[in-house]
Design a protein around this ligand. Structure first.
Ligand SMILES: Nc1nc2c(c(=O)[nH]1)N[C@H]1C(S)=C(S)[C@@H](COP(=O)(O)O)O[C@H]1N2
Ligand SMILES: [Mo]
Length: 331
């Protein structure tokens, strides 16, 4: 049974359906922990063991509890995109280039065990298990708009914590100026790798100060649940002021560099996809305008297009990062 919370537009299943057995049996313990503010890590721990492996119920992920974020700009009053739309209209080229390919084919993605390798100009390189990453910092729910370069947008309650929480602990060296992120590239489970539409693995990058910005979310869940595979399970980025392709999915490696890295889309078409890729209604894609956008789920003849906002509406938070830069040249 689905219950709609009309305040937020979230859809959550009935509590008896989402409660994992281990927690259900220790409900009193859970309530005690919740009172002490520790429930998030309990649920996160449970999620890391079982969630991606079996899921709480058919078609939906296991719960991933989170406190509401208090990061400025991390919440919007706009209605969240329907879960069904956000999980069936995706870009995840490793599973095909059609929007419907990821939901159809990503079930083969094996997300347990999972670890993220850290290398480059950093004092604490190594292989970090997902379990460890899940417990690194308290989970927050951040309701972000995400604007795809193709001209559509959505509003999603993401679950995770600021990437800066991880980066601080990794201790980047003074020479580190950029961070590079790599997606898994597994031919056996990712049919899209047979196509040479992109140079695999999918790579994205951020300047270190962009990566350290509190809005940049290391994301483990959405809609109060662990990430569905088509949305980049078990861990992805969400960089809400940049075009969606910067929000790299299913991350297996993070590298710290002194030079700007090439990115998958930049390698594919340098004149169309720059390193920065900040949402900018005044800088058109060479093949189409970026002035407006269509909100996913608002289809049909009379659905109005929305005006695209500079930095996707997060200018107050991130504009300073680009002070003095020519955003036409650094598109
Ligand atoms: N590894 C990987 N990450 C990726 C992509 C991809 O093809 N491969 N597509 C990007 C693009 S273009 C967008 S718009 C978002 C879409 O995220 P969503 O499917 O969760 O909405 O993921 C981004 N991350
Ligand atoms: Mo995109």
């Amino acid at each position: 049974m689905l219950i709609r919370n009309t305040d937020s537009g979230f859809i959550h299943p009935h509590p008896s359906e989402i409660t994992p057995p281990s927690v259900y049996h220790g409900r009193r313990e859970l309530l005690r922990l919740m009172a002490g503010g520790a429930a998030g890590s309990v649920l996160a721990g449970w999620a890391s063991r079982d969630a991606w492996a079996q899921g709480a119920r058919p078609g939906r992920g296991a719960p991933l509890a989170a406190a509401k974020s208090n990061v400025a700009g991390a919440v919007t009053m706009e209605k969240s995109t329907d879960y069904k739309d956000a999980t069936s209209y995706n870009n995840f080229y490793e599973f095909g280039t059609d929007k419907s390919d990821p939901v159809r084919y990503a079930s083969t993605l094996k997300t347990t065990p999972w670890s993220v390798e850290v290398e480059g100009l950093v004092n604490k390189p190594g292989k970090y298990d997902l379990e460890k990453l899940l417990k690194l910092s308290p989970m927050e729910e951040r309701i972000y708009r995400l604007r795809c370069v193709e001209g559509w947008s959505m509003v999603i309650p993401w679950v995770g914590y600021s990437l800066s929480e991880l980066i601080r602990r990794l201790e980047p060296q003074g020479s580190a100026k950029y961070v590079e992120f790599f997606t898994l590239a597994d031919k056996a489970t990712m049919p899209g790798l047979r196509s040479d539409v992109l140079d695999w693995p999918y790579v994205e990058g951020l300047r270190l100060d962009e990566a350290m910005h509190p809005l940049t979310l290391l994301t483990f869940g959405m809609y109060g649940e662990v990430l569905p595979k088509q949305n980049g399970a078990p861990v992805r980025l969400v960089v809400p002021w940049k075009y969606g392709f910067k929000s790299v999915k299913s991350i297996v490696k993070i590298r710290f560099l002194d030079k700007e890295p090439r990115t998958a889309w930049n390698k594919a078409a340098a004149n169309e996809y720059g390193f920065y890729s900040n949402v900018n209604p005044t800088v058109d894609h060479p093949r189409w305008s970026q002035a407006t956008e269509r909100r996913i789920g608002e289809d049909g003849l009379f659905a109005k297009r929305r005006k695209t906002l500079l930095f996707n509406g997060y200018e107050a938070q991130v504009g300073q990062l680009y002070a003095g830069m020519d955003l036409r040249k650094n598109f």
